[in-house]
Design a protein around this ligand. Sequence first.
Ligand SMILES: Cc1cc2nc3c(=O)[nH]c(=O)nc-3n(C[C@H](O)[C@H](O)[C@H](O)COP(=O)(O)O)c2cc1C
Length: 200
Amino acid sequence: MGNQAKLLFFAGSTRSASFNKKLARLGATIASSDGIDATFVDLADYDMPLYNGDLELDSGQPENAKRLKKLFEQHNGIMIACPEYNSSITPLLKNTLDWVSRIRENDGTAKVFKTRVFLLVSASSGGTGGLRGLHSVRPVLELGLGALVLPDQFMLPRANTAFAEDGSLNDTDAQERLRTAIRKLAHTASVLDAAGVFPR
Ligand SMILES: Cc1cc2nc3c(=O)[nH]c(=O)nc-3n(C[C@H](O)[C@H](O)[C@H](O)COP(=O)(O)O)c2cc1C
């Protein structure tokens, strides 16, 4: 992958008008405008059944989980925009991470999570911007999957009125805070990748 940052952006929602998809798309646009290689992906294009051990035993992991894992591997930094459902992670995001985590390397680990850097952001029409949902996503990645998650987070409250027509944020200070977090993700990903500290 070289020393360059390659960032992947996606949301834990497939809703067509999803605020978190808008935020993930904006993240990719901001990164591109900073000269960073950026990809936005919609989980609607990676549909997976609800995880079931019997299904896995009979049919293995879904092709879409394998495709998504390959996409993860092609990027060294991943920003996830996480909706908050009842103060927690969405079933879609948990199910997606669970399936990808079941695709093991020869050494039996789900190395793909341990070999890149993650940034968590959220958007909600509520006043806290989905912060409590992030408190559930972080331990899944850090404790469950051994991922390095930046301490920086970005929350977008009142997301129903926060986006301009062109997809940018009406609050330019907020957009600059998002840009700063994305730059940190890119910098951390490229430095750690170049330093060879991620297990190969
Ligand atoms: C089952 C369910 C539970 C929700 N719980 C919360 C919540 O705890 N806090 C919150 O701010 N919003 C909550 N919401 C509202 C979501 O944040 C809102 O629907 C948001 O737009 C979802 O993200 P999306 O726009 O990316 O699809 C909930 C929505 C659903 C469907």
